[in-house]
Design a protein around this ligand. Structure first.
Ligand SMILES: Nc1ncnc2c1ncn2[C@@H]1O[C@H](COP(=O)(O)OP(=O)(O)OP(=O)(O)O)[C@@H](O)[C@H]1O
Ligand SMILES: [Mg+2]
Length: 152
């Protein structure tokens, strides 16, 4: 498990960092995005989507809970999930995450609302709002990311 952090000075820097992740993403991967409201999780997810080749607007999944994308719009099938509004674990079963990860990858906001999931196998990212309004991003890359991470 490798841990490191970097400062993201702007929305653009966050999206560029996300795109680095998107270019490296493989089927079965999970990217867990932690951080308070407005920390920049959806902004980072937009960058990941662009790195996967998606060139249209990426809506926040906070109301839909899951947004799914497939080739040819993206390089591989991807689900962008926001667990914020999940209150009952039975709602998670209905999302069909196992099947999603069999064929594609998953970006997850508010993974702490799904604590039973093995997030440590994937890439885990935490974003913090600094007093100057830039963002501090910390990552932990699990075994599945060996030889793929960090970005150079
Ligand atoms: N360096 C930065 N990276 C990301 N967002 C930034 C940055 N600086 C300022 N922002 C602003 O912070 C906000 C981040 O919003 P975003 O929707 O990405 O947060 P979120 O973590 O997904 O929130 P939520 O928990 O509500 O889903 C945006 O308004 C964005 O413009
Ligand atoms: Mg969000």
């Amino acid at each position: 498990m490798t841990t490191a952090s970097r400062n993201l000075e702007s929305v653009q820097a966050t999206e560029t960092f996300g795109a680095e992740i998107g270019r490296r993403l493989r089927i079965g991967d999970t990217v867990a995005l932690r951080g308070t409201l407005g920390a920049g999780k959806t902004t980072l997810a937009r960058g990941i989507m662009h790195g996967l080749g998606f060139d249209a607007e990426v809506p926040s999944p906070s109301f839909a809970i899951v947004q799914q994308y497939e080739p040819p719009e993206t390089r591989l099938p991807i689900a962008h999930v926001d667990f914020y509004r999940i209150e009952d674990p039975r709602e998670i079963v209905e999302l069909g995450l196992d099947e999603i990860l069999q064929f594609g990858a998953m970006i997850a906001e508010w993974p702490e609302h799904h604590p039973d999931f093995p997030w440590t196998n994937g890439l885990q990212i935490e974003m913090k709002i600094k007093p100057d309004d830039t963002r501090l991003l910390t990552w932990q890359a699990g075994p599945a990311w060996k030889d793929r991470w960090p970005p150079t």
